[in-house]
Design a protein around this ligand. Structure first.
Ligand code: NAD
Length: 366
């Protein structure tokens, strides 16, 4: 639970006092006994455009856990789309329950009906626990869905574009740190070589970096290590490795006090969402240790850029061109952080919020 939500829920976890702290617009509860569907759609902010964010399918311990998660995730999407310069608001959906037991065509078509009823204010996509196939079922009931296969007019797997954006953020971070954006000869540790991590390793080795990898999947480690001549390291020793750059591409909240204190890298730049265990405290710890942290929601915005392109008629070249701009955005964030003496995470949040607030003024007249 975020601090603001925690404060707001003290003295009674009413729904409205959970929406108020960050001005969430809508929370929609979707129930269907016939299919067992229990979903919550959260629309945080639609100043810049319709709220776009994936559907997470997870067996939450309680309704409150699901609400807390969807509120947090929807707000994160507002900032991600804003900083990426997209005309999109922030939203997210969560489906509660065991995906292995509940998933079926009619289950997702029913969910599609609920999305359709929001008339385009919410657009869904894949997230943890949902797949492209699930999106195809949703598409049977509504056009407000992206993340579809290329043969069905979609953009396919967004991971290559996400990885390219992270690569751009990393090169900009190198420029900021060493005066040159070349990664040739740099020692780079990549944590998690899944869909994004593997593509990132490909970019880095092509440029001549020495890459170290860790994962819990031994099969993937063997394959990626052989394909790119990357050195495998034990899962827990990745933090303390003697490297120039650390790229978290697995789970969130890994930048905690214990891990940060082991990190020898000068740059942290990776795809994982919500890397800072505590945004304020750990953002400041990184600054005090003179580690250049490239904000996760900026450098991993290639994924949302790719799905946004589907709304305009999918164009892979355009998606890559937009993701390339993450380089300039990252440099801008380092400058803002220095000028204002704040963390890079806060600088990125400020910039994202400013774009939303500025556009709210544009919208104030017809
Ligand atoms: P993925 O599931 O394909 O890959 C994650 C990898 O991390 C897997 O190989 C998994 O085995 C590994 N892993 C899990 N626990 C680990 C641990 N303790 N140590 C090392 N490795 C571990 O996911 P992905 O699509 O590659 O996404 C990676 C991260 O980037 C996630 O946090 C995701 O939310 C974020 N992200 C992805 C996209 C995208 O386009 N796929 C976009 C934005 C953000």
């Amino acid at each position: 639970m975020t601090q603001a939500t925690e404060n707001a829920t003290q003295g009674g976890a009413t729904i409205f006092n959970q929406l108020a702290p960050f001005d969430h617009e809508e929370l929609v509860f979707c129930n269907d006994n016939a299919t067992g569907l229990k979903a919550i759609i959260c629309i945080h902010n639609t100043v810049l455009g319709p709220g776009l964010g994936g559907t997470r399918f997870y067996n939450y311990a309680s309704d409150q856990d699901a609400i807390t998660d969807v509120l947090r995730l929807a707000r994160g999407m507002s900032f991600k789309s804003s900083i990426a310069g997209l005309n999109l608001g922030g939203a997210k959906a969560v489906i509660m329950g065991d995906p292995t037991k509940l998933k079926s065509e009619h289950f997702f078509r029913k969910f599609g009906r609920f999305i359709e009823n929001l008339n385009g204010k919410y657009i869904t996509a894949e997230d943890v626990g949902t797949t492209m196939k699930d999106m195809e079922f949703i598409k049977m009931e509504t056009n407000h869905v992206v993340g579809l296969p290329e043969i069905k007019g979609g953009g396919g797997d967004p991971s290559p574009v996400t990885a390219f954006g992270v690569y751009m953020g990393m090169k900009a971070s190198a420029k900021e740190t060493w005066g040159s954006d070349s990664l040739a000869g740099k020692r780079i540790a990549v944590q998690g070589i899944g869909k994004v991590g593997e593509h990132l390793v490909e970019h880095l080795t092509k440029e001549g970096a020495k890459v170290f990898i860790s994962d819990v999947n031994q099969e993937a480690l063997a394959r990626v290590s052989a394909a790119y001549n990357a050195e495998v390291v034990a899962k827990d020793s990745i933090y303390g490795l003697d490297v120039d750059i650390f790229a978290p591409c697995a789970m969130g909240a890994i930048l905690n006090t214990e891990n940060i204190n082991q990190i020898k890298a000068s740059i942290i730049c990776g795809a994982a969402n919500n890397q800072l265990a505590d945004e304020k405290m750990h953002g400041q710890l990184l600054t005090s240790k003179k580690i250049n942290y490239a904000p996760d929601f900026l450098v991993n915005s290639g994924g949302i850029i790719n799905v946004y392109s589907e709304l305009l008629g999918y164009n892979r070249q355009l998606a890559y061109a937009q993701a390339e701009n993450i380089y300039n955005q990252t440099l801008q964030i380092y400058k803002l952080a220095k000028d204002d003496q704040i963390t890079t995470h806060l600088a990125a949040l400020n910039l994202a919020e400013k774009r939303i607030n500025d556009y709210a003024k544009v919208k104030s007249t017809y």
